[in-house]
Every structure is written in C-alpha cells, then in structure tokens.
Design a protein around this ligand. Sequence first.
Ligand code: SF4
Length: 219
Amino acid sequence: MSVQTANESKTILIAEMFETVQGEGKWVGTPAFFIRTGMCNLACIWCDTPYTWKEGETTYEKKTHEEVFQRVEKSPIQHIVVTGGEPMLHQEFILALRKRNPHRFIEVETNGTIPSTLPPGTVNQFNISPKLSNSGNSWYKLNLRVYNSIFKFVVQSPDDIIEIENFTEQNNIDRTKIFLMPEGTTRDILLSRAKWLIPLCREKKFHYSPRLHIMKNIR
Ligand code: SF4
C-alpha cells in the first residue's frame, strides 16, 4: 500500500503558472514565477482575470501542493508571486509554499479583505489592492494589516483620488506605501490615463506604477 505524504494529498485550485517579470508595484520588472490561484470573494466589474472565479469562465484545475512545488523548483527564478483570484483564500498553501522554499522571495497579491493567519516571515511582501467604488463592490473594511505591505489602487478617473486619500487617512498609511495604477485592458487606455495620473501622483506624493503585462501584452 502506498503512503501519501501531506503535500501529495493536499490540493489547491490553480488557474495558471508561468514565468515573466513582475508587471506592477514595488518589484516591477523583477523576473518572477507567478502562481495564479482560483476563486475570489469579490466580483470587480473590470476584473482582468475573470477566469479565476466567474461562473462559466473558470479555467482553474485542482492540483496537489506537490505538483505545484515541483513546477516551482524546476524554475531558476527565486522570486515568487502568488496571485489570483484571491490567494488569501488559500493560506494553508502559502504556508506550505514557504516551508518548501525557505529562501525564495514570496509576494502575495490580495484585495485585503481576509485577515492573515500566517506566521510572521511567511510572506516577504503583501501587495494589498483595496477596491474602490469604481470596481462595483460596496466599500469594505481593510482586514489585512501587516507591516510588510504596500497598497496598490486601480484608478479610473481623477475623482478616485478622494476615496484613496480617505482610505489612506482612515487607515493611517504612509503615502510612500501607496502605488496608483491606471485602470484599462489596452495599451492605449493605459497611456491616456497615465497622462493625468502621473502628474496627480507627483502632486499627492503617491507612487505611480505601470502595468507592464498590459502595456507590452507579454508574459
Ligand atoms: S479582487 Fe481581483 S481577482 Fe477578485 S474580482 Fe477583483 S480584480 Fe478580480
């Protein structure tokens, strides 16, 4: 009778895994191994990964932790980005990923709605993207408060800055941790929004973040 180890029997929903460079935020341009998990607890109207959660569009597959770890270990890239969907729905997997990869850098992309039960040091950096009213979700409380986080906002119009400033003040967040990114699924839309968003970042002392994966339409 074969004996299964814990990692061989535990499973996770995976939409895709691929190597690219980080397209957004503080580590933009860094070669990265992406693990995109399935399922989300929000439903943003402009979501660019509906195949991770939207009924009738999902492409995720159940994989064992071991299958994912073996794919990670085949890559020479030491920087891992766990994204979704909402990866904080899969915290047991994130913890196991860390245990298996004690020396790789792990970023987690999250909407900030789910508190972390992960021990300190599990994740090197959380990229929290609170969703503004332009997402179609009702406003929610930030439930993930950790020291090693930056905050990314998808901005559709200059008026969004009011909500972002309110959020920053209510949650007492240092402005140097805030990154603003234009909303859009084409290069032309991103460029047209960058024209007013970059000066706005300069004025408000927020970071501007490109979205390389959309600008270049690459992986
Ligand atoms: S939180 Fe992210 S994955 Fe979930 S619906 Fe919104 S944009 Fe899509």
